[in-house]
Write a protein that binds this ligand. Structure first.
Ligand SMILES: Cc1ncc(COP(=O)(O)O)c(C=O)c1O
Length: 387
């Protein structure tokens, strides 16, 4: 099957890039960087945006700016990309891994409460695949215990919870603009925040400890150079022009896909709470019930792959099962759901939803056919497995 390629660019991308290339400043001090920061922060319902080189150093800087370090514990979900946990370790603090909910793939608020200790200083809430984690339950817990809240919104560009956008709920939100993300410059990231003092500290750390109004060579604290380039900002300006239409298209196509696959027993798709009134559909996530589908998750993913449908059989391990965390200090709460998810979950990338309605119907038919073929080659009787 022929799905749209990703990333995509337009004539406007060249216009923004030309503006930078014809200037004498290609680095982070070109005005287009500030323009993009302001535009994207506003897009996410935030007053401040600090663009950086990726969505990993954004997390590390947000933790450093909250004075989190050795002796502190930070609660993170057991399922995420590794940066969510390594950011905590890299500032010298201890990640505390908590379980996810079975079908939202997001942190389970009940498990968060159990993980809090006197050393807990912060929580990193990941909005996995796009849909926001249960903020109505997580934020009061954080407030009650005085925790810094960092939203890892690397998957959640433009996503909303009751009309408010990802990144605007916590003390800050961290975004990634890495190549596969719903908004991309190949690499890049941004912290968005509504707290001015926190945003100023983050900006200072990301810019060699400088402070506004002082000499370029005056450095007030231990920072680094995490600035984004003007070339990345130019690409992102053009990408942001496209994002709303892409989200609308993916939303329409996701509805068609899930409707067409309604009768496919053995797949349970990601649960999206009613409070999530806008999802960017970064990932189409699901879990396989092998006995109902007649295929294991790996057989399902392989059958889709053979049919030309990109499907990733989830992460091979929870975050704490990474070899890295055999060495580094961490605390693991019981995570039976996360451990089951790594054995039966999968995702399709957002580009499969970027075609037209016909391609989406072909995708649904392709998935059904791939399951049928997979069952035939594994010797499972088809009739017994269809609802
Ligand atoms: C949840 C999550 N957090 C953080 C990151 C890190 O972003 P980057 O690749 O821009 O460093 C990613 C990247 O995939 C991610 O998925």
């Amino acid at each position: 099957m022929q799905f749209p390629n990703w990333p995509i660019h337009t004539e406007a991308s060249f216009g923004y890039l030309r503006q930078v290339l014809e200037s004498t400043q290609w680095g982070g001090f070109h005005p287009i960087v500030g323009e993009f920061e302001e535009r994207f922060a506003r897009y996410q319902h935030c007053g401040h945006g600090i663009a950086m080189s990726n969505g990993t150093v954004t997390l590390e800087t947000a933790l450093q700016a909250a004075d989190i370090g050795p002796g502190d514990q930070v609660i993170v979900p057991a399922i995420s990309f590794v940066s969510t946990a390594t950011a905590v370790s890299r500032v010298g603090a201890t990640p505390v891994f908590v379980d996810t909910e079975p079908y939202s793939f997001n942190m389970d608020p009940a498990r968060v409460e159990e993980a809090i200790s006197p050393a807990t200083k912060a929580i990193i809430i990941v909005h996995f695949g796009g849909p926001l984690a249960d903020l109505d339950r997580l934020l009061p817990i954080a407030r009650e215990h005085g925790l810094t809240v960092i939203e890892d919104a690397a998957h959640a560009h433009g996503c909303e919870w009751n009309g408010r956008r990802a990144g605007s709920f916590g003390d800050c939100g961290s975004f990634s603009f890495q190549n596969g993300k719903a908004l991309t410059a190949g690499e890049g990231g941004m912290v968005v925040a509504n707290r001015e003092d926190y945003a100023a500290r983050i900006r200072s750390i990301a810019n060699q400890g400088r402070r506004p109004g002082h000499s370029f060579f005056a450095h007030f604290e231990l920072g680094s150079n995490f600035r984004i380039t003007a070339l990345q900002a130019a690409v992102l300006m053009a990408q942001l022009d496209l994002l709303d239409e892409q989200i609308e298209r993916r939303t329409r196509n996701a509805a068609i896909l899930l409707e067409e696959l309604h009768g496919l027993a053995g797949i349970r798709w990601q649960e999206i709470p009613p409070a999530v009134n806008r999802n960017c559909w970064y990932l189409v996530l699901g879990r396989v019930d092998a006995s109902a589908l007649g295929l294991s998750r790996d057989q399902f993913a392989a059958a889709l792959g053979e049919a030309g449908i990109p499907c990733t059989p989830f992460y091979p391990h929870t975050l704490y099962q990474n070899p890295l965390y055999r060495e580094l200090p961490n605390r693991v709460m019981p995570c039976p759901v996360a451990e089951a998810s790594i054995g039966d979950a999968f995702w399709l990338p957002h580009r499969v939803l970027l075609g037209d309605e016909q391609l989406t119907r072909e995708l649904a038919a392709g998935i059904l056919r791939a399951c049928e073929r997979g069952r035939q080659s594994s010797g499972t009787p088809a009739m017994a497995k269809q609802s």
